[in-house]
Design a protein around this ligand. Structure first.
Ligand code: NIG
Ligand code: FE
Length: 404
């Protein structure tokens, strides 16, 4: 049976592409039918007989597309508060990684945790995101670093989708760090674990995209390119942790492979942005990692804007460089640290984040045919979503057109 609701008495920020001022519609109504947006416009212009419809007043609230966190490492065991203390005493992220801390210490804790323990630790973080109005979360592997442990991480990620009304998008990130068993043999690790593991995980339907960490403490662009070729032969899209700590030209490699996104980008050279822009690859900025690592080098925002690169914002939720499970906090940081406008920050967690996950048109915009995944807020203006820090002004989320 058709399920149809007319939401009335609201202001809607549609975030539709090409529309100024958040795509704001005052005194708006939204018609959802079977979980899809059937119509959106001024309340006086509803095209159907309202008496025949299930109506719900939103009592003057603001409606936006539900938010999207397009870059997380949500599934992990343990935490790294000890490294937080070391960094506060002056140790750098790279130094800690080189002496066996960093990603590899989370690998140990993740391998040691049971499936259920990983699910419940991840659920807490997922619930934080949901209470910020998030409906789509990308989750990477990368703390297993054996074929079985990487696959298990993605199975945990898929389990989360059964437990909460969210969409989980999974990413194979076995090329995250060279594990101790392969020390000094990164190429062998790529050949024996990253690529055959990817094939196995993909055959199990566990992989939506493929990522890597292109950095001096991780993998060279040549090694990442081999992973990208394997992804291509499986028909999977790629993305990359690029130019986070140094300029390895990873963003250009990502662009050559028509990557969905290149992420971090503090060390991306402004002169490389033009080539990057031509690929339509989204620049995912991660202000939580910038903040946590006390980075001072800013991503080339002016050049990204100049070349019309779509900019997304994500939490990068992880236990090392970004222990942040609030997308609204990431938006605030993007404005304060990177001087994004609140409108850019909101586009960065809706329309542009959807593009970074290959979900354009389906999520991240309130437009006819898109999914009725909406966030209803107790705020007067969408700029407030980036302005408040701590606490969430979410009134409720609508998932599949129904209160979630
Ligand atoms: O996105 N840069 C690599 N990966 C993560 C950090 C992971 C970790 O430190 O555990 C990031 O910042
Ligand atoms: Fe990351």
């Amino acid at each position: 049976m058709t399920q149809q609701t007319l939401f009335t008495d609201c202001t809607v920020a549609t975030l539709k592409s090409g529309q100024p001022n958040y795509g704001l519609i005052e005194d708006a109504a939204i018609l959802q039918r079977d979980g899809l947006i059937e119509w959106i416009g001024r309340s006086g212009a509803v095209p159907l007989k309202q008496s025949e419809m299930d109506k719900q007043s939103l009592q003057g609230r603001l409606v936006t597309p539900a938010l999207i966190d397009c870059h997380t490492h949500l599934v992990f065991g343990g935490n790294r508060s000890k490294e937080f203390e070391q960094r506060l005493k002056g140790a750098s992220y790279e130094e800690i990684a080189k002496i066996g801390g960093g990603i590899n210490s989370t690998v140990e804790a993740t391998r040691a945790a049971s499936f259920d323990a990983l699910v419940s630790a991840s659920l807490r973080r997922l619930d934080d995101l949901i209470s910020d109005g998030v409906a789509v979360v990308e989750v990477k592997s990368g703390y297993g670093l054996t074929i079985d442990d990487e696959i298990r991480m993605l199975q945990v990620a898929r389990k989360l989708e059964e437990l909460r009304p969210v969409k989980i998008v999974t990413t194979w990130l076995a090329a995250h760090a060279v594990p101790p068993a392969f020390k000094g043999r990164a190429d062998t690790y790529i050949d024996q674990i990253v690529i055959p593991g990817l094939v196995r995980a993909a055959n199990k339907g566990l992989v939506d995209a493929v990522d890597g960490f292109c950095e001096t403490i991780a993998f060279t662009s040549g090694q990442i390119e081999r992973v990208f070729q394997a992804a291509g032969s499986l028909g999977l899209p790629v993305k990359l942790h690029a130019e986070q700590l140094s300029d390895q030209k990873g963003a250009l490699l990502a662009a050559r492979y028509s990557a969905l996104s290149a992420d971090h980008l503090e060390y991306l050279s402004a002169t490389d942005v033009e080539a990057f822009a031509a690929a339509g690859t989204v620049a995912v900025l991660l202000p939580g990692a910038f903040y946590t690592l006390k980075e001072t080098k800013l991503p080339p925002i002016a050049a990204l804007r100049h070349h019309d690169v779509d900019i997304a914002i994500a939490t990068d939720c992880n236990p090392g460089s970004s222990p942040i499970s609030s997308i609204l906090t990431a938006m605030n940081m993007a404005c304060t640290e990177f001087a994004l406008t609140p409108e850019e920050a909101l586009a960065g967690t809706t329309r542009c984040a959807a593009k970074a996950l290959g979900l354009s048109g389906e999520y991240g915009e309130i437009t006819i045919g898109a999914r009725a995944e909406l966030a209803v807020w107790d705020v007067e203006h969408p700029s407030e979503l980036s302005y408040w820090l701590g606490g969430s002004p979410l009134h409720k989320r609508l998932s599949h057109g129904i209160a979630a």
